[in-house]
Design a protein around this ligand. Structure first.
Ligand code: A3P
Length: 261
């Protein structure tokens, strides 16, 4: 008897572990946690909550046929070796990238570091060499936002059709809309819809009406949706100008205008 026969409970521990069919590969501070948490509402998604940072079968949740195993590791998108490794293990993997205005993303990244490292130099002092000079592309907060360059590296191994680019901005302004695109991309029924979300004015972000398991409303934790430090407008403008050509190239490569410029 198949354990999937209607009416029969699925014994825990049944199903088999397998490589994820889909990966959320980036980007850090793009909204990857929100996307994963929202997708977990789907009955045909099996996802790891933590970030394994490597492909390990024994860590993957068990899935039944028809279910999709999903993993999120935001550093993959900017890791030189990741495309080759992932391709050699599973060339059919679907790749999801949540992208956000690289300037806001960099400030968000900085805010996270600042929360752990009080006394950190200012954002501007880190973003520009000697505080005034050229943009410091070696600083990871800056480097991660060079989406076109990272994507170039992936396209040596995977065709563009294997990617879905999720707008981090729309994930906040229209979570159900973005989730619809993701479910289509994964070949899933659109189960997660606007009925699942409400806008929490205190949090300033969409939250879930019913969290998986508890059935109570739930927002993401305090580390998601942090206040950002004030960064002088001139610093923002300079960085925005720096990213513009890279953003343009990224729009061209993906055929999507993310509206950052
Ligand atoms: P901020 O903390 O800068 O606002 P990641 O999970 O990839 O690290 O991304 C964190 C970012 O997710 C947050 O950055 C926040 O803007 C964004 N985000 C998107 N949807 C969210 C939601 N529903 N609740 C909280 N944060 C959300």
């Amino acid at each position: 008897r198949s354990p999937r026969e209607p009416g029969l409970p699925v014994a825990s521990g049944s199903g088999r572990r397998r490589f994820p069919q889909a990966l959320i590969v980036g980007v850090k501070k793009g909204g990857t946690r929100a996307l994963l948490e929202f997708l977990r509402l789907h009955p045909d998604i099996r996802a790891l909550g933590s970030e394994p940072h490597f492909f390990d079968r024994s860590l993957m949740p068990r899935t039944l046929d028809g279910q999709i195993t999903l993993e999120k590791t935001p550093s993959y998108f900017v890791t030189r070796e990741a495309p080759r490794r992932i391709h050699s293990m599973s060339p059919a993997t679907k790749l999801i990238v949540v992208v956000r205005n690289p300037v806001t993303r960099a400030i968000s990244d900085y805010a996270q570091t600042l929360s752990k490292t009080p006394g950190l130099p200012s954002f501007g002092a880190l973003a520009f060499r000697r505080g005034l000079g050229p943009v410091d592309t070696a600083w990871s907060a800056v480097r991660i936002g060079l989406y076109a360059q990272h994507l170039d590296n992936w396209l040596r191994y995977f065709p563009l059709s294997r990617f879905l680019f999720v707008s981090g901005e729309r994930l906040v302004s229209d979570p159900a809309g973005e989730l619809g695109r993701v479910q289509d991309f994964l070949g899933l029924k659109r189960v997660v819809t606007d009925k699942h979300f409400y806008f929490n004015a205190t949090k300033g972000f969409p939250c879930l009406k019913k969290a998986q398991g508890s059935g109570r409303p739930r927002c993401l934790g305090k580390s998601k949706g942090r206040p950002h430090p004030r960064v002088p407008e001139s610093v923002v403008q300079r960085l925005q100008a720096f990213y513009r050509p890279f953003n343009r190239k990224f729009y061209q490569m993906t055929g999507q205008d993310f509206g950052w410029d």
